[in-house]
Write a protein that binds this ligand. Structure first.
Ligand code: F6P
Length: 358
């Protein structure tokens, strides 16, 4: 038995932990693992891959990034513009299938988010056995309570807020932190709650600048001279669209700029000194947290198990502390969004965090 493994989409802490889990479990069964490089691109003839032996994956568990490389652009991108989906052209599919056949690959594990799993589903529908593993720091994939990488990204946000707190206090300023989160505000919500933010702005809750300014001024009146505000890159004021740094033609356009917009508007409305920090790719870098190392390993082991049981077209899923699986179809294009009326937002509001809505 010979299985393939590839990563797709942006890099994410814990990807190497998945590889570690896959190689460990497959080796135990006497199987070989071919790691394809840079996502589906590695399937293009003549094939770009390496044989992943146990000794080759020794020590990768704790490493950030991915030893296989990845891409969120390229020939196999199923995302076009914001929200658009395309089918992969049949010539490309045939080319990829030829490589898989020539290398004697019996099944393929695809690790990625919505875009990667949409492409993976096309392979499955065209007859190649696929197993999916959910990956995204944004934690916005449906049918799984959590993806690996989210905890590591959240920890970076908490660390950044702890540091920004120093200047906020010393200079009596409002410090704004822009974090990742295109469609879902999980990183902003968890990072902001863990790092003691006074306001958290997320894509799911359109905000009003005046409401945030009022909340920050109330803090001032109560004797708190500084505040931290976390803004997800996909958040937007009520009645306005998301802010883009660059309009892309393929894949999803790059978001950016909302942190600066919030900073200048809150400065005007409160009369206080405001400063913006954009955390960017620091959130995807560095070593995974212990939670993400363990989750990634368990996901990799489960993916091999699904192949052993011939349960193809399924995605590994994490629900109620248990690693199970769901049909890939149940996960793609179904976003896991923050519930604005849910318990977590309610808890945040109960401790005085403003979301800019009411
Ligand atoms: O989907 C994960 C993500 O980190 C988004 O939050 C962000 O908008 C995007 O990737 C950035 O991608 P890139 O690395 O192409 O700038």
């Amino acid at each position: 038995m010979r299985i393939g493994l590839l990563n797709g989409g942006g890099d994410c802490p814990g990807l190497n932990a998945v590889t570690h889990g896959v190689v460990g479990a497959a080796t135990k069964l006497g199987w070989e693992v071919l790691g394809f490089k840079e996502g589906f691109e590695g399937l293009l003839p003549p094939g770009n891959f390496k044989l992943l032996k146990l000794e080759k994956t020794e020590g990768i568990l704790k490493l950030g990034g991915t030893i296989l490389g990845t891409t969120n652009r390229g020939h196999f991108s199923s995302k076009v513009g914001a929200g658009g989906i395309r089918s992969i052209p049949s010539e490309l599919m045939e080319d990829a299938m030829t490589t898989l056949k020539e290398e004697g690959v019996d099944a393929l594990i695809c690790v990625g988010g919505d875009g990667t799993l949409t492409t993976a589903l096309q392979f499955q529908k065209e007859g190649f056995p696929i197993v999916g593993v959910p990956k995204t720091i944004d934690n916005d994939l449906g049918a799984t309570a959590m993806t690996f990488g989210f905890d590591s990204a959240t920890q970076v946000v908490v660390d950044a807020l702890d540091r920004l707190h120093t200047t906020a206090e010393s200079h009596q300023r409002i410090m704004i932190l822009e974090v990742m989160g295109r469609h879902a505000g999980w990183i902003a919500l968890y990072g902001g709650m863990g790092g003691g933010a006074s306001a958290i702005l997320i894509p799911e809750v359109p905000f009003h600048y005046e409401k945030i300014a009022e909340a920050l001024m109330r803090r001032e009146e109560a004797g708190f001279r500084s505040s931290l505000v976390v803004v997800a890159e996909g958040a937007s004021p009520a009645g306005e669209g998301k802010m883009y740094e660059e309009a892309g033609t393929e894949g999803e356009s790059r978001l950016g700029g909302i942190g600066e917009a919030v900073t200048s508007r809150l400065g005007e409305l409160t009369g206080k000194e405001t400063r913006c920090t954009t955390l960017g790719h620091l959130q995807r870098g560095g070593s995974p947290t212990s939670l993400d190392r363990i989750l990634g390993t368990r996901f990799g082991v489960k993916a091999v198990k699904l192949i052993e049981e011939k349960r193809f077209g399924r995605m590994v899923s994490y629900q109620q502390y248990h690693v199970g699986s769901v049909p890939i179809e149940d996960a793609v294009r179904k976003l896991n969004l923050v519930d604005p009326q849910g318990e977590i937002v309610e808890a945040a509001k109960s401790v005085g965090i403003c979301f800019g809505d009411a």
